[in-house]
Design a binder for this molecule. Structure first.
Ligand SMILES: [Zn+2]
Length: 326
């Protein structure tokens, strides 16, 4: 976190982000005809860090995007873990079709100096203003309420600014993590509340990172009852799972499930994720994780639920598309 603060770049200034409307229609038509005519299933990685140059070289990013495509993983969400990393996720998403991004500050970065980790405080507010101006007054909320088709083809949202903001699909990863003693719990709770408010302000779902802190997290969430989204990499007890489901959250299942025995909800409440580069599923645990391994997690669940792989793909993909509007 010694990285220099990045200047806030206006959304959508990268020429590679310009996608024509005709191109978008072509993608949709070919995707759906593939699914209907050949019964080819589609998978989504709802939580990965493929954008992060600390973990992936440019060559690996390209290789893994290609491998993901070869393994039916047609959409992925790159998750931000702090202010600067979120901007890297944004730029990566803007360069690649069907890659989305989130803005978030992970609880491990919550300390007395939290604002430094968001860039300067001024950067942070400038960034929020950038999102606000990209969607303009009143459009932010209605944009998120429309379905993906309505959002994308609407003339109202055409232009670079809209293309850029439409790939921001959630606030995350945010939450509480009490695993290590040195973490400042009060600072985490304060940051978590700020991030939950941000999600509500922009009518976005959340990607939650909760570890050994479920009771406190649920107490905080009860003050933000409209919050919706996913508990990523769920590691809680059956009781915690029940509490999460009662609050209408979906559960992110990743490679951990293939070598531990976490409590699992029904498929109707599951989304798939890799958390790449971490948590590679068995039996590939000595390899670097990437979105291509989503298929192995889907195969694991097919076996576990005694359901065809296509059914696991269909349900989890629908869940992800519905929650994140992607
Ligand atoms: Zn993560």
């Amino acid at each position: 976190m010694d990285r220099p603060a990045t200047d806030v770049i206006p959304l959508g200034t990268d020429p590679l982000t310009v996608r024509s409307e005709a191109g978008w229609y072509w993608n949709v038509v070919s995707e759906y005809s593939k699914r209907i005519c050949y019964n080819i299933f589609m998978l989504i990685d709802t939580h990965c860090h493929l954008h992060d140059p600390e973990w992936f070289t440019k060559d690996e990013q390209h290789e893994f995007l290609q491998k993901a495509h070869e393994n039916n993983v047609e959409k992925m969400i790159c998750i931000g873990t702090n202010h600067e990393d979120s901007l890297v996720a944004r730029d990566f998403a803007q360069k690649h079709t069907n890659v989305y991004w989130t803005y978030g500050i992970h609880p491990e970065f919550a300390t007395g100096t939290t604002t430094n980790l968001m860039g300067t405080e001024a950067d942070h507010y400038a960034f929020l203003e950038t999102i606000r101006s990209a969607t303009s007054e009143g459009e932010a909320a209605s944009a998120r309420n429309d379905g993906p088709e309505e959002r994308r083809v609407s003339k109202k949202y055409s232009g670079q600014q809209w293309l850029a903001s439409d790939k921001l699909c959630a606030i995350g990863e945010i939450g509480l993590d009490y695993h290590y003693d040195g973490y400042d719990r009060l600072a985490q709770i304060k940051l978590f509340e700020q991030m939950l408010q941000l999600a509500l302000d922009y009518n976005l779902p959340v990607s939650l990172h909760l570890r050994e802190a479920f009771d406190d997290a649920f107490a905080v969430l009860d003050n933000f009852p409209q919050t919706r989204g996913v508990v990523h990499s769920f590691t809680g007890s059956k009781r915690d799972l029940k509490q999460a489901l009662a609050r209408d959250f979906y559960i992110g299942v990743n490679g951990l499930a293939t070598y531990t025995t976490p409590a699992l909800p029904p498929l109707e409440r599951i989304v798939l994720e890799t958390d790449a580069p971490f948590l590679t599923p068995a039996p590939y645990r000595n390899e670097k994780n990437g979105p291509q391994f989503i298929k192995n997690i889907a195969e694991y669940l097919a076996e576990k639920f005694q359901t065809p792989l296509e059914e696991v793909a269909k349900i989890t993909t629908q869940n992800a598309e519905r929650i994140f509007k992607i």
